[in-house]
Design a protein around this ligand. Structure first.
Ligand SMILES: [Zn+2]
Length: 181
């Protein structure tokens, strides 16, 4: 069975069980764990005294297959404000999901993705106001629509390597590029 028919088979299976697929905790590799650590330790909204607990909880959230509720409510209990806790949980899980998808696709021999802008702006809104910087992000992501990029290194926007859906506020996705694309 060729690499791409294997991949299509996998996609069909995922369609058949959209929610029922149990998450395999083995997908949370040491690389993902160190990314979780980096996100927790570099985020100024998480106070130093709670970093260790916040890391443990973030790891649990990813291992359980995107348990946003666990992480958000845990961070709120530790004294973080609700908006920051929600934003952090979503963006950490988005980033990890993107990294895990890259790992599984590259293991199937897929090397490139095609960026797809969702049509909904990649904003974070505070009340009715778009948080600073996100209008630029959204325009850049809209421009990236249709661009082919290497899965391993990502697409370069303003000098930074990024992947669809991996930044906070981002609703973009990618489709696996076939060799002829
Ligand atoms: Zn986006």
């Amino acid at each position: 069975m060729g690499i791409f028919s294997l991949f299509r088979r996998k996609e069909r299976l995922a369609e058949r069980h959209p929610m029922g697929v149990r998450f395999d905790p083995k997908r949370v590799t040491p690389k993902i764990k160190s990314e979780i650590k980096r996100l927790v330790y570099n985020d100024p909204r998480i106070e130093r005294s709670i970093k260790r607990k916040a890391y443990a909880l973030s790891l649990q959230s990813v291992v359980r297959g995107r348990d946003l509720r666990l992480l958000t409510s845990g961070l709120i209990e530790m004294g973080m404000d609700k908006r920051a806790a929600t934003e952090f949980s979503v963006s950490l899980n988005n980033r990890c999901s993107a990294m895990m998808r890259i790992a599984s696709e590259t293991s199937l021999g897929i090397t490139h993705g095609i960026w797809r802008f969702s049509g909904v702006p990649c904003f974070i809104e505070v009340g009715a106001i778009v948080k600073a910087g996100y209008e630029v992000q959204s325009e850049e992501h809209q421009r990236a629509d249709g661009q082919k990029f290497p899965l391993k290194t990502g697409y370069v926007i303003a000098g930074v390597h990024t992947w669809p859906g991996s930044e906070s506020g981002c609703r973009c996705i990618w489709i696996a590029a076939m060799p002829w694309q």
